[in-house]
Design a protein around this ligand. Structure first.
Ligand SMILES: NC(=O)c1ccc[n+]([C@@H]2O[C@H](COP(=O)([O-])OP(=O)(O)OC[C@H]3O[C@@H](n4cnc5c(N)ncnc54)[C@H](OP(=O)(O)O)[C@@H]3O)[C@@H](O)[C@H]2O)c1
Length: 262
C-alpha cells in the first residue's frame, strides 16, 4: 500500500512511520519538507505526485490551552486543513484516515470543537476512517507533552503533582499504531475508538510508573482545583472512551502497556 502521512514528525507520527515501514510512505515534514495542511495547492501537488492509495491525517494543533490561545490557527489546521485533505482524497477516490480525540465527545474546548469539525468533513467521504484516541502515553522523548511529560519527569527523578480526581481513558501509542495499520488494511470504513482497557486517573498512572521504576521520584495526588489558576479551559471530570472492536487487533489494559515503559 502507498500511504501519504501528514503530521508524521509529531509524537504519534514518529512511531507510526516505523509501524508502517512495510508500506511505501511519503511523510512531508520527515523525509521531505513539511507541507502546510492549510495550503490546498501545495498539498494537492504533493499528493498527486506521490499517488497514494490512502492518506493518514495526523496534522493538528493540539493542547486545550494552546488551541484556546491560538483559536484561528486551531481552526485552520484541525478543521480547514482536514477539509483540504478530504477534498483531495475525494477527488482521487482514495481512503482517508483522520486521527481524532475523545475531546470530541463533549466538545466544550476549541480543541474539541475544531477536531469535531475535522471529523465532520472527513465523514463526508465514503472512504473514511475516523480513529478517536484518548490521552496518549508511551513516548518519553524530550519535549513530550501531557501525560508523557509527567512520566518523563518521573523518569528523571523529579517530584510531580498529578490530578487524582478525574477519570480518564488512555491510549498507548505503540498499540494505537498497530490499530491504525490494521484499520487501514481492513478496508472497513467508519469511526473507531482506540483506548486501553480500564479507566483510571493520571495520578494512578504516575504513581504506578514511579513504583515500577523505583527511582525515588515522588508523586503527589492533587485535585483538579490545584491547577485551576494555571488553566483557562475547564477540564472534564470524566472523559472515557469506550473501545470499538477491531478485527485482528486486541486492546490491552493500561497497566500491561505501562509495564513495557522503561
Ligand atoms: N496527544 C494526545 O494525547 C492525543 C490524544 C488523542 C488524539 N490526538 C491526535 O493525534 C494526532 C497527533 O497528535 P500528536 O500528539 O502526535 O501531536 P504533535 O506531536 O503536536 O504532532 C502534530 C503534527 O502535526 C503537524 N502540523 C501542525 N500544524 C501543521 C500544519 N499547518 N500543516 C502540516 N502539519 C502540521 C506537526 O508538524 P510540526 O511539528 O512541523 O508543526 C506535527 O507533525 C492529532 O491529530 C491529535 O489531535 C492526540
Amino acid at each position: 500500500m502507498r500511504i501519504y502521512v501528514l503530521g508524521g514528525s509529531g509524537v504519534l507520527g514518529q512511531v507510526l512511520i516505523k509501524q508502517l515501514s512495510q508500506h511505501v510512505i511519503a511523510a512531508p515534514g520527515v523525509s521531505e519538507p513539511r507541507i502546510d495542511v492549510g495550503d490546498y495547492v501545495a498539498l494537492c501537488q504533493s499528493i498527486l505526485q506521490f499517488a497514494p492509495d490512502a492518506i493518514v491525517n495526523l496534522a493538528a494543533l493540539i493542547g486545550l490551552e494552546n488551541c484556546a490561545q491560538h483559536s484561528a490557527e486551531a481552526l485552520r489546521v484541525n478543521a480547514l486543513g482536514a477539509a483540504n485533505v478530504a477534498l483531495i482524497a475525494s477527488e482521487l477516490d482514495i481512503s482517508l484516515l483522520y486521527l481524532s480525540t475523545s475531546s470530541v465527545l463533549n466538545p466544550t474546548s476549541v480543541y474539541g470543537k475544531t477536531k469535531l469539525m475535522g471529523e465532520q468533513v472527513t465523514r463526508s467521504l465514503a472512504k473514511h476512517f475516523i480513529v478517536r484516541a484518548a490521552r496518549f502515553f508511551g513516548s518519553l522523548t524530550e519535549g513530550a507533552t501531557g501525560l508523557n511529560k509527567v512520566l518523563h519527569r518521573i523518569k528523571a527523578g523529579e517530584e510531580v503533582s498529578v490530578v487524582g480526581d478525574a477519570q480518564v481513558s488512555l491510549t498507548y501509542i505503540p498499540d494505537l499504531c498497530v490499530a491504525i495499520e490494521t484499520i487501514l488494511q481492513s478496508g472497513r470504513y467508519g469511526t473507531y475508538h482506540v483506548a486501553c482497557e480500564g479507566e483510571t486517573t493520571l495520578y494512578d498512572v504516575a504513581a504506578k510508573f514511579a513504583s515500577q521504576l523505583g527511582n525515588g521520584a515522588r508523586v503527589h495526588r492533587v485535585d483538579a482545583a490545584f491547577f485551576a489558576k494555571d488553566y483557562s479551559v475547564v477540564r472534564p471530570s470524566r472523559e472515557i472512551l469506550m473501545n470499538t472492536s477491531i478485527a485482528g487487533f486486541q486492546s490491552r489494559h493500561w497497566t500491561k502497556c505501562l509495564e513495557e515503559m522503561q
